[in-house]
Design a protein around this ligand. Sequence first.
Ligand code: DAH
Length: 354
Amino acid sequence: MSSIFDKNDIANKIDTVSSLAELEKLRVYYLGKKGLLTLEMKSLSSMPIQEKKEKGKKLNLIKTFFENELLKKKDSIANSIINELVKKEKVDVTLPARDYQSGKIHPISQSLYKIIDIFSSMGFAVESGPDIESDFNNFTALNIPSHHPAREMQDTFYIESSIEEEEKVLRTHTSPVQVRTMLDTKPPIRIIVPGRTYRSDSDATHTPMFHQVEGLLIDESSTMAHLKGCLVDFLKEFFEINDLQYRFRPSYFPFTEPSAEMDVAFTKDNNLIKIGEGDQWLEILGCGMVNPRVLQNCKIDSNKYQGFAFGMGIERLSMLKYGITDMRGFFDSDFKWLNHYGSNPLDISSSSGI
Ligand code: DAH
């Protein structure tokens, strides 16, 4: 047999190979369809039986030897590839850690989540309406006709419209969603409406855009006592104060009769307002029994149905809850401010989990 089939020669050849591709070439050279060993084995068929036996045996030994060496080499090449990779991907554990910054939840969003959470647990559904509202929904249906002095209470942004078109405004409160809901749904109704509202006003306690939550409950039997219970329960839960001191003060809103404003007691400590107790009062929301005229304007039988409504400013509630003194900070998008007053999204205890 030629020296090509010498074990040493084969071992040397395999030894010089350094890649899997070269190894494959060598395998084909010996064992491919037209490989040296393959051809040699094919040639056995034409040999006399004795010679065939002897040569066949040798060839088989060589083939097994070649295949074993091939496998060993394959393993060693794969190992060196992995070692090379591991070396390249080594992590330097002495490097300083990268700076980590997590986002914060804006106090308005945080308050909103909490408000929705509390009223949902009392069975209120969440409704919404457009920021650009018809004059009818924003004023007229709520018993504020065009000549009514109550329109002076709100510095309205009017939207330019042609003479034939109905006048449009940026809604001055969330109350028009009461109208939309009553025109759309039959009682019983139990909704809250969180949303943006607009008035032409800007100082430390007013911004042209702000947020309100409206509440509306219409059924056949709810009274002012239910309204009071509902609001007191809400505020205790929102401010997390069990013995909250509060009072209801008679007031006037065209859309409720009787109307009231709710005040909570507070003290000032180092210029920070602490609410819940004290000898000073802070107005926190408006409310009342829905004026039968509003029910009639919204096609609801005022002899059969009655109910209550309330409205409050989310900025004001948030300022009190989080000790914020200037309202303009809410809308400045100042990262430092947000970092200070925002809440951690992973802090389950201060989030509603919504
Ligand atoms: N819409 C009123 C405002 O913006 C707030 C309000 C007061 C809403 C009494 C009500 C209510 O639903 O009953 O000043």
